[in-house]
Design a protein around this ligand. Structure first.
Ligand code: HEC
Length: 295
C-alpha cells in the first residue's frame, strides 16, 4: 500500500514551528538561542527523532490494519483514500478561501444584463477578504474603546517609555564599553583595578617628564592644585588626549593610548598623585582650579 500522505512535510512543518517557538520564548539576546544553549540542540534532535518515530508508528499501524482487511474492503479503502487525499490540502484550502464557483456552475450566478457581450457574474465576496474585513472591524472597536474611551496611553507617552528604555540600555552599554569615553563623557574612575592600570601607564609613559611621584621635571608639577590647562577629570583627560600647548613637549597621547587608558591614567593622577607631597616638587604653574560644578 502506498501512503499518499506527505509525512515528511508534516514533520518539517512541526519541527520548524517548534524551532521558532523556542527562539521566541528562550531569551538569548542577539544570538540564536539554539547556538547559545547547546541543550536546545539536543532537545531539537530528540524532538525530530520523536516525530519520525510517530510517523513510522502511524504508518505501520495503517499497513497492519490494511493487511487485515478483506479484498473488497481493501479496494474501498484505497478508493476513499485517493479521492480524499489526491487533492492536496493546499489546493483545497486555496479554492475554499477564494470561494469562487467552479466554471461549470457559473450559469447559476450569471446576471441578466449583457453589454455588447460582456456579462457579469454575481460571485460572493471571497472569504479571505470577508474575514480580513471582519478583523479590521474588531480591531477598530478594540482600538476605539482602548484609546478613545479609556485613554490607555498616548503616542507621546509611548515615545517617552521607549526613550526611557533606550536610555537605560545606553547606560548599560556604557558600563560595559569603557573604551567609548571621550573628554565630554569621561568620569573619574574609582575602582582599584582602574587606578592600578593608570599607575602602570603612568610609570611606563609619563615619569620621564613628570617624575614618578608627579613632582614635575620637564613637565609641570601634578601634585599641587595649580593647573596650566585646567584640573578635574574632563580637563586632565583632554590634556592627555590632545596634548599641551605647542612646543611645550606634552604630546597628544590619543595616538598612543586608548580612551580607557587615558581615563585610567587621568584618574590615577587625580586620586593618587594630586594632593600628595613629592620629594622635589616643582614650583606651581598655572592657576588654582576650582570645579565649576562644585558649588
Ligand atoms: C616629553 C615630556 C612629557 C611626557 C612624556 C608627558 N608629559 Fe605631560 N606635560 C609635559 C609638559 C611640558 C606639560 C605642560 C604643557 C603645557 O604647558 O602646555 C605637560 C602637561 C601635562 C598635564 C597638564 C598639567 C597642567 O598643569 O595643566 C597633564 C595632566 C599631563 N601632562 C599628564 C601627562 C601624562 C598622563 C603623561 C603620560 C601618559 C604625560 N603627561 C607625559 C611633558 C610631558
Amino acid at each position: 500500500m502506498k501512503n499518499t500522505r506527505p509525512w515528511w512535510l508534516y514533520i518539517s512543518i512541526m519541527f520548524f514551528v517548534v524551532l521558532l517557538l523556542t527562539e521566541y520564548f528562550v531569551d538569548s539576546g542577539n544570538t540564536l538561542a539554539i547556538i547559545e544553549q547547546p541543550v536546545l540542540q539536543f532537545f531539537m534532535v530528540m524532538f525530530l527523532i520523536l516525530l519520525i518515530a510517530i510517523a513510522l508508528v502511524i504508518e505501520s499501524v495503517e499497513t497492519v490494519m490494511f493487511e487485515s482487511l478483506s479484498k473488497e474492503a481493501k479496494e474501498r479503502y484505497l478508493d476513499s483514500k485517493s479521492s480524499s487525499e489526491n487533492e492536496a490540502w493546499s489546493r483545497k484550502m486555496y479554492t475554499k478561501l477564494l470561494g469562487a464557483k467552479p466554471i461549470e456552475a457559473e450559469s447559476e450566478i450569471i446576471l441578466d444584463h449583457n453589454y455588447d457581450g460582456i456579462r457579469e457574474l454575481d460571485n460572493k465576496l471571497p472569504p479571505w477578504w470577508v474575514y480580513m474585513f471582519y478583523g479590521t472591524i474588531i480591531f477598530a472597536v478594540v482600538y476605539l474603546v482602548r484609546f478613545h474611551v479609556f485613554n490607555d496611553y498616548t503616542q507621546e507617552m509611548e515615545y517617552e517609555q521607549k526613550m526611557e528604555i533606550a536610555r537605560i540600555e545606553v547606560e548599560e552599554y556604557k558600563k560595559t564599553a569603557k573604551g567609548l569615553v571621550d573628554a565630554n563623557t569621561v568620569e573619574l574612575l574609582t575602582e582599584a583595578s582602574d587606578i592600578k592600570a593608570g599607575e602602570k601607564i603612568f610609570s611606563a609613559n609619563c615619569i620621564a617628564c613628570h617624575m614618578a611621584d608627579g613632582g614635575g621635571g620637564i613637565g609641570p608639577n601634578l601634585t599641587d592644585e595649580y593647573w596650566i590647562l585646567g584640573g578635574g577629570i574632563k580637563n586632565v583627560f583632554n590634556t592627555i588626549s590632545e596634548g599641551g600647548r605647542d612646543g611645550k613637549g606634552m604630546i597628544a597621547w590619543k595616538q598612543v593610548l586608548k580612551p580607557v587608558e587615558m581615563a585610567q591614567v587621568a584618574s590615577y593622577i587625580l586620586t593618587k598623585i594630586n594632593g600628595s607631597t613629592p620629594a622635589q616638587g616643582k614650583a606651581p604653574e598655572g592657576e588654582i582650579w576650582k570645579d565649576p560644578n562644585a558649588q
